[in-house]
Design a protein around this ligand. Sequence first.
Ligand SMILES: *Cc1c(COP(=O)(O)O)cnc(C)c1O
Length: 430
Amino acid sequence: MMKKAFVTKEQIEEITKKYPTPFHIYDEKGIIENARAVNKAFSWNPGFREYFAVKATPNPVIMDILMKEGCGFDCSSITELMLSKAVGAKGELIMFSSNDTPASEFVYADKIGGIINFDDITHIEFARQALGGRLPETISCRYNPGGVFQMSNGIMDNPGDSKYGMTKKQLIDSYKLLKSYGVKSFGIHAFLASNTVTNEYYPMLAGQLFELAREVQEETDCKIKFINLSGGVGIPYKPDQEPNDILKIGEGVREQFEKLLVPAGMGDVAIYTEMGRFMLGPYGGLVTKAIHEKHIYKEYIGVDACAVNLMRPAMYGSYHHITVLGKEDARCDHIYDVVGSLCENNDKFAIDRELPEIEMGDYLFIHDTGAHGFAMGYNYNGKLWSSELLLKEDGRVECIRRAQTPRDYFATLDNLEMFAKLDEILKENE
Ligand SMILES: *Cc1c(COP(=O)(O)O)cnc(C)c1O
């Protein structure tokens, strides 16, 4: 499949008059259409809700768009909880799927009425103490079956190696314990494979969790209210990958539901999802300008973004497709490493990539940065975060996060004398 940027060179030339590169830009129209497709795919389940994984794109303007489409929020830290509260989410619209959780975060999640999803059996006492000896009425527990999770096309992941969730015995013991503490309704959660580009993942996972839910209900007599399929639905980062079909995925989950839950009298169970990547990934791009070319043992193009703006290639070796704006139809007859300015040789957005000839000043659109893109930013080498822009449905562009400045970068230095010097230096330079 051809990968097409959702902005043109002309649009970017206009936008950069006001907002210099680099920036992440998000496509409101794409986000809304996709969110509607997700809700449609699961509309057979009256209790269905997608809890957007805030960590993927923690920007309240993006979260607000999703909330208007009926999404709740999946959080794993206090700041993500605060963002969710800021956009008006409360109570059952918030899922708190954290791990290694500090006591203060359980307290805050409970205070705003979020649904706590326990990652471990020991967290039950830990949270109960933090909450002054009580627990909320609804609680979820996270399951880890161990072993490997393998799908028919060879895609697999390795739950047995992951730090999350509980064994089946711990899970059942947890529900019994929670019930003895007066908890009334229960959820089951599992995240067993990441970035699965196959329609098979959710239905397979659902099959496993539905069987587990029957067992739990039989053994513990706990009322299962929801089953949370969590995240892991992938996107085609590479142009030759076939995208997931969310309608097929929804139908696949429904088949399992009708086969396993309905006959057990559990047809009222709500299905929840916690997708991040699938909700936002394709609807964001990192726009960066070519500022240097270098010809040594290989051909390098230096751009004005670097790995602090998009860490996935450096951290996981991930492929992100690149479109040279205005050269969409040109022949890809050059081979480049596209690099950023960090003093780290893994700061490469692309290695040995076939691209059209790049001239200085060309704008590169790095695809699929809408999820786990800006969000993973850091400040190594004193490099600063870029801005985030929203391409609205009506074609206007809104700045939804300004770029970080040196003043922001120095702001947490507590030594007053040193800060005064930096303040002087900043003023000289402003
Ligand atoms: C990261 C995460 C998600 C989202 O994962 P995606 O791969 O972006 O869909 C959902 N739930 C939990 C608990 C997570 O940690």
